[in-house]
Design a protein around this ligand. Sequence first.
Ligand code: FES
Length: 234
Amino acid sequence: MERRSFLRTCALAGSAVAFASRESVWADAAPRYYAKTRLVDIHGNSIRIGALAEDTNFVFHYPYASTPCFLLKLGRSVAAANDLRREDGATYAWQGGVGPGRNLVAFSAICAHKLAYPTRDVSFIRFQKDRSPTSTGNVIHCCADHSIYDPAAGARVVAGPAPQPLAAIVLAHDPARDELYALGTIGPEQFDAFFVKYDVRLSLEYGSNRGRTLVTETAVVRELENYCKTTIRC
Ligand code: FES
């Protein structure tokens, strides 16, 4: 293997191993690794951290072709957390923000209450920077039933009926290339329930495999407003 490529691979693998080993000390639920997927723009070019707007909703699909995630560049660095808890009681650790500012985070955009998610037509769930009559701001807020999650704390539940956090996406940043990768998930995946609940809709949108194709090499990142016609605010 070419030396620089080898060093890059070691760096990314090292960060994942370091996260996994911290997790094994702190918590009893392990990350679930899928394909190492590079996040790209609509032209196939790697997402550059410096070009991402802060406090803006970006969407990509991972680990399946139909399962949306939020990518957020928060306005401040965020530390790891080791005390998140799934509905079944299992605890898990979250890596915190990645990148030079330690402020890039990603979470499944499937609400942990009744699985509302961003479609091409409408999204009830999104990051909300500003205060509103129904929330404090700087939260992921699902306007369907007002579940509120803190993206600076592993998307733990701040308020509302959601019984558990949003699943976090394990990210890695390659500083030499300024490339961002999704590696897997940590926390309460809800993909099986998502596929069952939206079976008909997914079959119309994705055909017979219903969007269950695993994402592999790249995933396209778009601003939510460019992906979805209507974003509900509350
Ligand atoms: S589906 Fe999100 S709060 Fe109910």
